[in-house]
Ligand binder design. Structure first.
Ligand SMILES: Cc1ncc(COP(=O)(O)O)c(C=O)c1O
Length: 371
């Protein structure tokens, strides 16, 4: 099998598995217990938080552990909006966000009466900082924007938007899930107030993530005990957050070489398929680990099935319900809801663990599947 779906999730590194199983076996105390087992577990949580804070160049008290980027996004958006309603009723986001942002702001609209502006991409697919600026109103309290799109890899202008928002009351939430561990993510540099991430996108375990937050108030989603400074109740997922911290440390330490390796894989893929007729769903500057392309009049469901049978795991990047691929809301916002292109997109996503040989084999199997 060749795994080329790293934007969906990444294999867990052996070093990560090792620290996780070690934690499970030896550090089973409850971090809230006052005896020595608890104190050791508490120290372990503290060290993991410090490791993550160090990678982001922020202070440890600004990191809250969550169950993943979906929860981080929900916490930042719902938690901030409900706590600061007196400042205004308007939220700005983009039409190409992950469902964990789109459906969250939609919930705030439907259940709590917030006004939401979904900024649409330009005809060339780009999302401009100016279009965010134009959407701002005096009563805007929050702007939520992804750093890189999970379906196309497209990079959004987070630094420019952070700068614009430094002159506005609205806080800035950045969903950094697809860039964490791959490029430097320093919330202070991009003037972000919230940053979300998920451990399993950078070779950590699933079901664990974190939220960076500036020193501001937001309501918890989960009420209960006093864990996470009362920002998120529940006994800590100790082994997972140890694994996530280890995975981030490793990713950050090898960031440049991993990035270059993934760039080479992308270049090599395009060399290997240069004889095919295809178009790219690429909209401006992108992260190299995601390639979204399409073969005219080739249905992606069929192509994905043929490739799966041939031992290749790729995806379309868009949501899947009951095994059926839903049309991409990202591409729909660019090409229109009825475009035939919505049935053609495939997403190939790399990690540094992939090899040139795997790309060669993928190219051969892709050509066979297209015959
Ligand atoms: C950009 C982006 N945001 C949020 C998420 C949600 O992450 P999780 O499913 O780990 O909660 C994903 C996962 O694909 C993502 O790509």
């Amino acid at each position: 099998m060749i795994y080329l779906d790293n934007a969906a999730t990444t294999p867990v590194l052996p070093e990560v598995v090792e620290v996780m199983s070690d934690t499970l076996l030896t550090t089973f105390g409850n971090p809230s217990s006052i005896h020595s087992y608890g104190r050791v577990a508490f120290q372990t949580v503290r060290q993991s938080r410090e490791a993550i804070a160090q990678a982001l160049q922020v202070s440890a008290r600004q990191i809250t552990f969550t169950s993943g980027a979906s929860e981080s996004n929900n916490t930042a958006i719902i938690g901030y909006a409900l706590a600061h309603r007196k400042l205004g009723n308007h939220i700005v986001t983009t039409a190409i966000e992950h469902p964990s942002v789109i459906n969250t702001v939609q919930y705030l609209h439907d259940r709590h009466g917030f006004d939401i502006t979904f900024v649409q991409p330009e005809p060339d697919g780009s999302v401009s900082a100016d279009s965010i600026k134009n959407a701002l109103r005096p009563d805007t309290i929050l702007v939520s924007m992804m750093w890189s799109n999970n379906e196309t890899g497209q990079l959004l202008p987070v630094s420019e938007v952070g700068e614009i928002l430094s002159h506005h009351q609205a806080v800035f939430h950045v969903d950094a899930t697809q860039v964490m561990g791959k490029i430097p993510v320093h919330p202070l540099e991009i003037k972000a107030d919230f940053v979300s991430a998920s451990g399993h996108k950078f070779h950590g375990p699933k079901g664990v993530g974190f939220l960076y937050h500036a020193d501001l108030l937001f309501d918890p989603l989960i009420h209960g005990g006093e864990q996470e400074e009362k920002r998120r109740a529940g006994t800590e997922n100790l082994h997972s957050l140890v694994g996530m911290a280890k995975a981030l440390q490793i990713s950050v330490a090898h960031m440049r070489e991993n990035y270059e390796k993934v760039e080479q894989l992308k270049t090599h893929l395009f060399e290997q398929i240069s004889d095919l007729t295809f178009y790219k769903n690429e909209f401006g500057k992108s992260m190299p680990h995601v390639v979204n392309l399409a073969f005219p009049e080739q249905n992606h469901d069929l192509l994905l099935t043929k490739l799966d049978l041939a031992g290749i795991a790729i995806s379309t990047g868009s949501a899947c319900t009951a095994g059926t691929i839903e049309p991409s809301h990202v591409l729909a916002s660019i090409y229109g809801e009825s475009s035939p292109k919505l049935k053609e997109n495939i997403r190939i996503s790399f990690s540094e663990l992939n090899t040139i040989d795997e790309i060669d084999e993928f190219a051969i199997k892709l050509k066979n599947a297209l015959k």
